[in-house]
Ligand binder design. Structure first.
Ligand code: 5GP
Ligand code: ZN
Length: 115
């Protein structure tokens, strides 16, 4: 685990966060600067720099990431009204934290644009 990676440190419990879900392989916690009433980040505990670095053997992991988001959307009560799932990838994709994370955003009307 890269010592300087903030999300690895959150996954290891070294940096406090508002954790909403955890299992052997994933952690989900509330974004520190929420863009909507629900803004959760779902991450694999293992350090994967971005979606661009996913290996063939990590297909199942990538699928589980989305399944966790689906279940958390239900738990947050936003599944019926709708929500957005976002993975920013690399510098032009707007990725700021270089540890793969899926944003689950909802609880308000989101614009149609993708900026
Ligand atoms: P990105 O732009 O990389 O897709 O998203 C990174 C997200 O991580 C941002 O929405 C930012 O607010 C959030 N974030 C950055 N540092 C921390 C932190 O230390 N704790 C939490 N909970 N969220 C963070
Ligand atoms: Zn990391």
């Amino acid at each position: 685990m890269p010592e300087e990676c903030i999300f690895c440190r959150i996954a290891a419990g070294e940096v406090p966060s508002d954790i909403v879900y955890q299992d052997e392989d994933f952690v989900a916690f509330r974004d520190i600067f929420p863009q909507a009433p629900t803004h959760v980040l779902i991450i694999p505990k293992t350090h994967i720099t971005s979606a661009a670095r996913l290996m063939e053997g990590q297909q199942e992991l990538a699928g589980r990431l989305i399944m966790i988001a689906r279940k958390l959307a239900e738990k947050e009560g936003i599944a019926e009204r709708g929500y957005r799932l976002v993975i920013n990838c690399g510098s032009q994709g707007g990725q700021q934290v270089p540890h793969l994370h899926l944003h689950l955003i909802g609880g308000r009307q989101l614009s149609g644009g993708l900026g």
